[in-house]
Design a protein around this ligand. Structure first.
Ligand code: SF4
Length: 401
């Protein structure tokens, strides 16, 4: 579908948002060298006409992104962009020249805040590592390195194309090329013992990443692992792994500022924090999701998912596959799904500002959560307790419509 005109978004509605939240931009680059067996992201191995592996059509894809952005500009008119996240897929497969062209194109069309954080997701392959400095020169301010593990056996089980030596070299290079970077690590991997994970975590922390994201391996529907499930550690072992993460990151001075995110002071990720604070984000690129607020509504958009079709559609001004207005009854849960992931929780005023709803919409849920010891609150803020963090989905479910 093509983007409706602005009047459509500005028409009267039942919500009343006094001001718009910060705006971020997500850019999806959908290709990977090889599809990992656990991955349910919109990522594809690029194949040429004859089905052979081939270089991705970077120039055409960037042209499609620019057309997509231009069609969306009226929806964010006058707003400045606080952060950009170039995710995927494997964005580091794009050449530094293409990333430079992409960022220049974004700058030419959007007003970026002076301190705009620009993150690029990178895999630790050797040829990608050698591009890190050039990505920095292209305007990337923060790299997110998808290490996942430093153990060759587990990397193989995850279907990753890099090995331990490449992971170590990539993190070293990220540190020397960037002022700040993130290291992604996974736990509860096939065949992983508590001791194996302990070593992985120590290796990661010894590299002193300013930011660490640690994810439990989950078996997602429609993945190779869902069809052929691997043997993964028992829940008790996985909990013990999480305890190790909490202890050892804290002893290094890292703060668990979100359920899965740990950072040295001043190194939190603005972009993801904006998601968790129910900020706005325009999402461009194949399958990208976006959330935009207007005076009387909150709208979610999804772009056409299949990359070739996305390029055709975006270039024809029809990048949007689906657009829905978040129902008034669903806003409390949507807000809580995000805000309760944060250690510092949220300000009550922000709930009203970002959903356009009165506090009475969450009063019963908050009372119940407090009774169960899942939140603590004062007149201005609500934050999850330790117990609330441990039982986060139970806590969030209290706000279901
Ligand atoms: S590299 Fe990342 S995005 Fe690509 S297939 Fe693997 S997990 Fe998915």
């Amino acid at each position: 579908m093509s983007t409706p005109d602005l009047a459509h978004y500005m028409r009267p509605g039942t919500l009343s948002l006094p001001a718009l939240p910060p705006l971020s931009l997500y850019v999806h680059l959908p290709w990977c060298l090889k599809k990992c067996p656990y991955c349910d992201f919109n990522s594809h191995e690029f194949r040429g006409e004859g089905g052979e592996p081939a270089p991705a059509p970077e120039a055409r894809y960037i042209a499609a992104l620019m057309a997509d952005l231009e069609a969306s500009l009226p929806l964010v008119w006058g707003r400045s962009v606080h952060s950009i996240f170039i995710g995927g897929g494997t964005p580091s497969l794009f050449s530094p020249e293409s990333i430079d062209q992409l960022i220049s194109g974004l700058r030419a069309r959007l007003r970026l805040e002076a301190e705009c954080e620009i993150t690029l997701e990178a895999n630790p392959g050797t040829f990608e590592k050698d591009r890190f400095r050039a990505f920095r020169q292209a305007g990337v301010t923060r790299l997110s390195v998808g290490v996942q593990s430093f153990n060759d056996q587990h990397l193989k089980a995850l279907g990753r194309v890099h090995d331990r030596a490449q992971a170590l070299a990539a993190v070293e290079e990220a540190r020397s090329a960037f002022d700040t970077f993130n290291l992604d690590l996974m736990y509860a991997l096939p065949g992983q013992s508590l001791d194996d994970f302990s070593q992985d975590l120590d290796t990661a922390l010894a590299l002193a990443p300013p930011h660490l994201s640690v994810y439990h391996l989950t078996i997602e529907p429609n993945t190779y692992f869902a069809k052929y499930p691997p043997v993964v550690p028992e829940d008790d072992t996985a909990y013990a792994m999480l305890d190790l993460i909490t202890e050892r990151t804290a002893s290094r001075g890292m703060q668990r500022y979100e359920v899965s995110a740990y950072a040295q002071p001043g190194h939190g990720c603005f972009h993801n924090t904006n998601y968790w604070q129910f900020g706005d984000y325009l999402g461009i690129g194949a399958g990208a999701h976006g959330k935009l607020s207007f005076a009387h509504r909150v709208v979610r958009q999804v772009r056409v998912r299949e990359p070739r079709l996305y390029m055709d559609k975006a270039l024809a001004g029809e990048a949007i596959a689906q657009e829905t207005e978040v129902k008034r009854s669903e806003l409390p849960f949507e807000y809580m799904l995000n805000a309760l992931r944060l250690r510092e929780g949220f300000a009550l005023q922000d709930f009203c500002d970002r959903t356009g709803l009165p506090l009475s919409a969450i009063a019963a849920g908050l009372d119940e959560a407090e009774r169960k010891g899942l939140i603590e609150r004062d007149f201005a803020r609500v934050k999850p307790t330790e117990r609330g963090f441990d039982f986060l989905s139970d806590l969030q479910a209290l706000f279901l419509a």
